[in-house]
Every structure is written in structure tokens, then in C-alpha cells.
Write a protein that binds this ligand. Structure first.
Ligand code: CA
Length: 237
């Protein structure tokens, strides 16, 4: 009896191993395929070249600023403070108070013809469609309302204000709990902005101004927000 059971058992073990090998190979093939797909050739857009999601500098491009706030001196925004108390958010530049605008002048290298600016604006905790307005050289280019309250998420609105010489695109990520207070409606939403700005001016002025909700809803305490990952690239001849 034992002799007749043993081969069947062995056969089953061999079958199981092949199944594992096959699944493993399929997983490897899928991984390789996804790696190949996510490593594009060199797409050149108004916002520069990205390779595998990372920004690559061309021969005529110079990195003016790269601020993830994890190291380096405090940036000279007109207000705010560095905050690294929230693991999920990492180091950010937190607006204080939340209803005060923040402005900054950034010197550009001589002969700059175009600058490319990327940054994240982060709406923290309780937003009820209040807005952040981004301005370049004094002209508003983008207004975005935020909320992580389930009944208001769909009403978040992006308003792009066309300005000569400025190409802009933005993307909302979240809401997602990243820090500060946790609870329903207290999640964080990240607005990633990319701008290509045609400019021969010696400096670039960026402003972020908090605005009330467009619908004129009663406002309580101004909601918290932050800036992160500011990158400025200058394009010269
Ligand atoms: Ca939160």
C-alpha cells in the first residue's frame, strides 16, 4: 500500500514545484515588461525631459533651486516655517498663519529665456473648498479649491488663468492621510504644479494666496497648507 501511495505523493510535489516556477517566471516577465514600459525614451515637452519619472537637465538648462526642505537653509518665503513633525508628509514649508499669503523672489541666471517651475501645494486637514491662488510675477495663473470631506471632494475646482508666456499643468493627488490631525475629512490633498514661463526678467516672483471658498461659505479657522518640492530650472541659449 505504502509503495502505491508514495509515487503519487512525489508526482504531486513535482507538479506543485513546476506551478511555483511557472508563476515565478510569469511574475518576473510582468515585472520586466512594466520596467520597460516605465522607462520611456526622451520625451521633450514644454516642461523639460523626464526619464523614468525623474527630471533630466539638458545642455541649456541650469538648476536654480531644488527644495525638498530635508536639508539646506530655510528658504526666503515671506512667511511660514519648516515643519518635519509629520512622518507622512516629511519636511514641508508650512504656512503660518494659514490665511497669510507667501511670496518669494528667485534670482534667475543671466540670459535666462525660459524658466520651468514645479512645486507641490498641500492642503492639510479641514478644507471646505477654500482656495489657493498661485501667481507668477504678480499675475494669478491658478486657483484651486480643496476638500477631503466626502461630500465636497467632487466639487474641488481648478481655475487656470491664461497668462502670456506661461504654460501650466497641475495634478491633484489624494485625499490621503499624511499627517497632523487624523479623522474623517482631515486628509491631505496635494496639488502638483508645473509651469513653463517665458521670461527674460532677472528674477521670478512667486506668490501663493489663500482665498475663501468661491461659494462664500462661512469660514472658520483658516485651513492649514504647505509648500514642498520647489524646483526652478532656467533655460539659457
Ligand atoms: Ca491629516
Amino acid at each position: 500500500m505504502g509503495v502505491s501511495v508514495r509515487p503519487r505523493y512525489l508526482l504531486r510535489v513535482v507538479k506543485l514545484d513546476w506551478l511555483l516556477v511557472t508563476v515565478g517566471l510569469m511574475a518576473l516577465a510582468l515585472l520586466v515588461a512594466s520596467l520597460i514600459r516605465s522607462a520611456p525614451a526622451y520625451p521633450v515637452t514644454a516642461f523639460g525631459t523626464k526619464i523614468g519619472g525623474l527630471r533630466a537637465l539638458g545642455a541649456t538648462e541650469r538648476l536654480v533651486l531644488f527644495e525638498d526642505l530635508s536639508t539646506g537653509p530655510a528658504p526666503d518665503w515671506s512667511g511660514g516655517k519648516r515643519d518635519d513633525t509629520q512622518v507622512g508628509l516629511g519636511a514641508i514649508w508650512l504656512a503660518t498663519p494659514g490665511d497669510a499669503p507667501m511670496t518669494r523672489r528667485i534670482a534667475l541666471p543671466p540670459q535666462t529665456q525660459r524658466s520651468i517651475v514645479t512645486m507641490d501645494l498641500i492642503a492639510i486637514d479641514a478644507w471646505a473648498l477654500e482656495r489657493l491662488e498661485l501667481s507668477v510675477n504678480g499675475a494669478p495663473v491658478l486657483r484651486q479649491s480643496f476638500s477631503s470631506q466626502p461630500d465636497l471632494i467632487a466639487a474641488q475646482h481648478r481655475e487656470v488663468l491664461a497668462q502670456d508666456g506661461i504654460t501650466l499643468r497641475s495634478r491633484l493627488t489624494g485625499p490621503q492621510e499624511l499627517g497632523f490631525a487624523a479623522g474623517p475629512g482631515l486628509l491631505e490633498t496635494r496639488l502638483s504644479v508645473e509651469m513653463a514661463i517665458t521670461t527674460t526678467a532677472p528674477e521670478l516672483q512667486l506668490s501663493i494666496t489663500p482665498l475663501p471658498a468661491a461659494a462664500g461659505m462661512a469660514d472658520g479657522e483658516p485651513p492649514r497648507w504647505a509648500i514642498d518640492n520647489l524646483v526652478v530650472i532656467a533655460v539659457t541659449p
